[in-house]
Design a protein around this ligand. Structure first.
Ligand code: FAD
Ligand code: ZN
Length: 483
């Protein structure tokens, strides 16, 4: 690997001038002030610096940029809404990388209601996609806290999850076709709206979840679903994570596909929500150790799922799986319950901050994981407060131990690597993954090297070299720097 991008050298001025000329005035941003929004994370600490943010408005412009970057060995950082939490879309601090932002590629190219697909450019904000689908009486089910800012290109590149994965799958399941500018500047037009295609390797899967390391996604064909006409939400108190899992099995048996979301929430984080974030009240008269927040949806008449849900919960209570429960009596009450779930990150902040983990484990070992992790943390850090919530139906937990009451967050942050090790060793022992949602980016690179199967890591590095031999496409993220 001799002719790869030069590490750490600021991008030369003549290259910057040629890049600017490709997109014209309005197609780029420069200078520390104007580029800072593209160099800092939405939350957390990362101080990147870039000499140039390119904002192409078409696939052709993206391709021209990448061709010039390949010619001049200039590293590129693709960026969407910059809501990613592992910093893969942020530039290094040494002015050696240009950012390519898709924020001006905002066209919905097509909506095919017979094929139930929508073709969109990478920069369309997720919320706008949901709205466009709803306007056509369809559902695009991807839904997450950052949906007002994140872009579909970023969602695809991180294989984003969220609260409806149980029913509809994660982003990978929602994409039928892709258009990608490859690291040599060629455009791969894979914008096929096919549900079946057995003509060789499924190349789009390689780019989904690649965090911008294999190419720049410029457009996608997305799957649409019937828009639900009926929805019911329930806040259910349970004894333990195991009881939550038993309840999931019971509810699946009773309501099957109707279950769209099944979230687990520990009481401790609810306490911080109630005391630290205004506008919330306890849905049940008494405190309980764990809760499940679930939603069922369907195509029937308004209210038609209310009785089946009540019956299913009553029979679960008869088996001792439910301590108490409330079914939202109006869509406003349902919204209030879901706002509690959405505001849990704010509750963590109000409680002094956490060390975050977005792990997944097999459902059959989820309760064991929580018990072992709690135990290990309690022994090593008796003052650390437990905090855990997440997508129980997907085996994906945000296991985020909270800063001790009398510590500063700076002091707690020093323990990040040690606490990651405690938690991730247990994740590995129960056959889990250290990242189920947020990806590897820069933050989890070292950690992934420790836990990922070496054969798989070798295959990933080979793919990176095969597609990006010059190592210009988001170098040093996901796989170690190939230089
Ligand atoms: P960015 O942050 O801009 O980029 C993310 C990565 O993708 C980077 O590596 C970047 O280089 C690459 N990339 C971006 N666009 C392209 C492109 N067009 N081509 C190639 N590579 C590209 N994530 C979840 O999975 N589930 C959640 O529930 C969830 N909730 C969140 C809630 C909040 C409040 C916040 C702030 C974040 C949350 N996230 C969640 C994380 C984040 O929103 C997702 O990862 C989202 O998919 C990132 O999209 P983005 O457009 O902001 O991408
Ligand atoms: Zn999540």
């Amino acid at each position: 690997m001799s002719q790869t991008a030069t590490s750490g050298q600021p991008v030369p001025g003549d290259v910057l001038d040629r890049l600017k000329a490709l997109v014209g005035p309005g197609g780029y941003v420069e200078g520390p002030e104007d580029t800072s929004a593209y160099s800092r994370p939405w939350r957390g600490k990362w101080e990147g610096r870039t000499p140039l943010v390119l904002r192409p408005k078409s696939t052709e412009e993206v391709a021209a940029i990448v061709r010039l970057c390949a010619e001049t060995r200039t590293p590129i950082v693709p960026q969407g809404g910059n809501t990613g939490v592992t910093y893969g879309g942020l530039p290094s601090a040494d002015m050696s990388e240009v950012v390519v932002s898709t924020s001006r590629m905002r066209r919905v190219r097509d909506l095919d209601s017979l094929n139930d697909t929508m073709t969109v450019e990478a920069g369309v904000v997720l919320k706008e996609i949901q709205t466009a689908a709803a306007n056509a009486d369809r559902l695009f089910p991807l839904s997450l806290g950052a949906e007002g800012s994140c872009q579909i290109g970023g969602n695809i590149s991180t294989n984003a999850g969220g609260i409806q994965v149980l029913r509809y799958g994660n982003t990978r399941n929602l994409v039928l076709g892709l258009e990608v500018v490859l690291p040599d500047g060629r455009v791969w037009d894979g914008l096929r709206g096919l549900r079946k295609d057995n003509t060789g390797y499924d190349m789009k899967q390689l780019f989904i979840g690649a965090e911008g390391t294999l190419g720049i996604i410029t457009a996608a064909v997305l799957r649409l679903f019937p828009k639900p006409t009926e929805a019911q939400s329930a806040w259910i108190a349970v004894d333990s994570p195991k009881a939550g899992l038993d309840l999931l099995v019971h509810m699946k048996g009773a309501m099957g596909e109707a279950i769209t979301s099944f979230e687990l929430i520990r009481r401790s984080i609810i306490e911080f929500l109630l005391t630290g974030v205004p506008g919330h009240s306890d849905p049940l008269p008494q405190a309980h150790p764990w809760y499940v927040l679930m939603e069922v949806t369907g195509q029937g008449a308004v209210g038609s799922l209310s009785e089946p849900l009540t019956e299913a919960l009553e029979s679960a209570a008869g088996k001792g799986l439910v301590r108490d429960a409330v079914i939202a009596s109006s869509s406003e009450q349902a919204k209030r319950l879901w706002r509690m779930r959405e505001d849990l990150p704010d509750a963590q902040k109000a409680a002094g901050g956490s060390i975050a983990h977005d792990v997944s484990v097999p459902l059959s070992r989820l309760a064991e994981f929580i018990a072992r992790a709690d135990d290990a943390i309690e022994k090593a850090y008796p003052a650390v407060r437990p905090c855990c919530f997440g997508h129980l139906g997907d085996g994906n937990l945000h296991y985020n131990p909270l800063c001790p009451v009398d510590w500063t967050y700076e002091r707690y942050a020093v323990e990040t690597a040690a606490i990651n090790r405690l938690v991730h060793d247990i994740v590995a022992a129960v056959g889990g993954s250290i990242s189920a949602e947020h990806g590897i980016g820069r933050l989890r690179l070292e950690e992934n090297l420790r836990y990922k199967n070496p054969v798989e890591l070798d295959l990933m590095e080979r793919m990176k070299r095969a597609l990006d031999p010059l190592n210009i496409m988001n170098p040093g993220r996901v796989v170690p720097d190939q230089r």
